[in-house]
Design a protein around this ligand. Structure first.
Ligand code: AMP
Ligand code: GLY
Length: 438
């Protein structure tokens, strides 16, 4: 089949990479592309948000399956546009994408479904919200209702911090319309975990667990980012635990969404907080996580295109895949200044020592150790025949090996061979999980 991937970061590179290995795929296209993606997929010069143009392209090229990476095209209705003309797309409708696009909607669904989540209250005026925070007397979290590119959540240590967050969102309008309404919720403690399920509207199958590292610096310090690293599986979270998440969280949510006339099709990404025996949902996302997707795709075994097509057609039970039992670890190499301002155009060297035909001592060692290394491009460009940086998160270096300790070691070995001016990455990806294993 011919497949179109929407988006052009490391998540989409990972999806393209697995799709390009699907026996059923003979044509692969990606919106925008990047130098990594362009080695395996044909770039299509259309923006991910230009859904009308994408629909025209998919009709003209007879695309059999479209896979959407980022949330924005879904939130503005790319699935509805495609469905109207009979095109198959993996991703939820505009109504179902509200699970990510509106935190108030998501909370309402969770409540109706009996899904465990932090207590909350919703507000559309700043004074009432402020009064609520003063009366609360407990640590809370302030969240802009709409899509704010990961910046709309403030985890507060004090009422003053919560009041400032309300002011930023509702008075200063830092997130525009996304902050017109907010929720104030109970602050939870525990371990964060990402769970992914492939949902076909009525039924779902578990994909797997991953753990992200959202803070910029080691030890979870510094500002929040899109994600600085991930690993999968998450040790200690086994199939039994996944079955519990499916029963207590995913299936009840699907039932409520179907009853609302917005059946959920696509990948459901549940951000969980686990505290002993208690599992709470922090948020839903309606797409693959980035960098979680890179780690998951590294482990995916099967025909990804057939799997996603079956799920998009309401036949999740026909999906035939497994995740390799090995561990995958992804380390994000970022530009100096990220997640604030950063420069672009820094020359990237060293990738040939990780990938490609050129022999290197590292490659020999990895081959002997049965380690696989793959570098996914997040934001790179080619200028005057040189590979250069082109964004904040630049590369997602991923290793697959027997055991988390080996995968961590291999991913860091690989990352250490790459260079660009100002490059930085976290040195402790997976460290906490390794400590817990011991
Ligand atoms: P979200 O976008 O809702 O996932 O929030 C971003 C981050 O804020 C999460 O990954 C958590 O680290 C943190 N967070 C969100 N909600 C809560 C909560 N109720 N209690 C504690 N931390 C939270
Ligand atoms: N890595 C978290 C996210 O994609 O939202």
């Amino acid at each position: 089949m011919k497949v179109l991937v929407v988006g052009h970061g490391a998540r989409e590179h990972a999806l393209c990479w697995r799709l390009s290995q699907s026996p059923s795929v003979w044509g692969l296209y990606c919106t925008g592309g990047n130098p990594g993606i362009n080695q395996i997929a044909r770039p299509v010069p259309i923006e991910p948000e230009d859904i009308e143009e994408l629909r025209r392209f998919a009709i003209a090229e007879r695309i059999d399956l479209t896979v959407v990476g980022p949330e924005t095209p879904l939130a503005i209705g790319i699935a509805d546009e495609f469905a109207n003309v009979g095109l198959t797309l993996f991703g939820p409708s505009r109504a179902a994408a509200q699970l990510e696009a509106s935190k108030i909607f998501a909370k309402t669904v969770m409540r109706e479904a009996g899904v465990p989540t932090a207590d909350y209250a919703a507000f559309n005026d700043a004074d009432t919200a402020a009064r609520h925070v003063r009366a609360l007397g407990r640590p809370c979290v302030v969240k802009a209702d709409g899509l704010a590119f990961g910046k709309g959540v403030t985890v507060c240590d004090s009422p003053e911090q919560a009041l400032a967050a309300i002011d930023e969102a509702m008075v200063k309008r830092r997130f525009g319309l996304a902050g017109e309404s907010i929720i104030v919720e109970e602050r939870l403690a525990g371990e964060e975990l990402s769970f992914f399920a492939l949902c076909d509207g009525n039924d779902a199958i578990p994909l797997g667990f991953a753990q992200d590292h959202k803070a910029l610096l080691d030890g979870d310090r510094g500002p929040n980012t899109g994600g600085m690293g991930a690993y999968s599986p998450a040790p200690r979270y086994n199939d039994e635990f996944a079955a519990r998440v499916m029963d207590e969280i995913v299936r009840p949510t699907l039932r409520v969404m179907a009853a609302k006339g917005a059946p959920y099709r696509g990948v459901l990404f549940a951000g969980l907080m686990v505290d002993g025996d208690r599992i709470n949902v922090l948020e839903y996302n309606v797409r693959f996580g980035d960098p979680e997707c890179e780690a998951l795709m590294m482990r995916f075994e099967g025909d990804l295109a057939e799997t996603l097509r079956a799920v998009a057609h309401g036949k999740a039970h026909e999906a035939n895949f497994r995740l390799a039992p090995q561990s995958a670890v992804t380390i994000v190499l970022a530009s100096e200044g990220y997640p604030g301002d950063y420069r672009k155009g820094m020359h990237i060297t060293g990738l040939e020592r990780l990938e490609g035909a050129e022999p290197s001592p590292a490659k020999v060692k990895w081959a002997l150790d049965k380690v696989r290394i793959k570098v996914f491009h997040a934001a790179t460009a080619v200028r005057e025949a040189l590979l250069v940086t082109d964004g904040g998160r630049v590369l997602a270096v991923t290793a697959l090996a027997d055991g988390l300790d080996r995968a961590v070691a291999a991913a860091y070995e690989a990352a250490s061979l790459v260079r660009f001016e100002g490059m930085h990455f976290r040195r402790d990806i997976g460290r906490r999980a390794l400590a817990a294993l011991k």
